[in-house]
Write a protein that binds this ligand. Structure first.
Ligand code: FES
Ligand code: FES
Length: 154
């Protein structure tokens, strides 16, 4: 089938998409957007998180066909200025990035939280990021980063 959708504000099209193909596969392997990471492919790690029509989703759990005619925003689309988005900058400054594999998904999940709750408590941050696994940081720096981003965005 043919898939046509908007990705980061640009109309994109892919041909010969298999019916079982995930949105994550299309983003990475067909559109060359490698920011969304492929780890578990089971909705367990959050490393593939993207926005689909403004809703946070695990792109590994979304069939490519479900994105037909819809708007997808990936980590590559968060900032169009060439500079990191304030949430990305906060992650860098707080030391919340080690190997970086989990970072794109965490940044998107953190941004989603901050759009709903500008001054989240530590509990709200932990709850919002519960679906995002990080093997390196121990999470304390990630929580610091979200707090820092919260201060910057208000
Ligand atoms: S790769 Fe999608 S949740 Fe892990
Ligand atoms: S920084 Fe390595 S998995 Fe999170």
């Amino acid at each position: 089938m043919r898939l046509s959708c908007a990705v980061n504000g640009q109309r994109r099209q892919a041909d010969a998409v298999w019916e079982g193909e995930s949105l994550l596969y299309v983003l990475r392997e067909r559109f060359g957007l490698y920011g969304s990471k492929n780890a578990c492919e089971q909705g367990e790690c959050g490393s593939c998180s993207v926005y689909l029509d403004g809703m946070l989703v695990c792109s590994c759990l979304v069939l490519a066909g479900q994105a037909e005619g819809r708007d997808v925003v990936t980590i590559e689309g968060l900032s169009d200025s060439g500079s990191p988005h304030p949430v990305q900058q906060a992650f860098i400054e707080a030391g919340a990035v080690q190997c970086g594999f989990c970072t794109p998904g965490l940044v998107i999940a953190a941004l989603d939280l901050l759009r709903r709750e500008r001054r989240p408590t530590e509990e709200q941050i932990s709850e919002a990021l519960a679906g995002n696994l990080c093997r390196c940081t121990g999470y304390a720096k990630i929580i610091d980063a979200v707090r820092l981003a919260s201060e910057r965005l208000t």
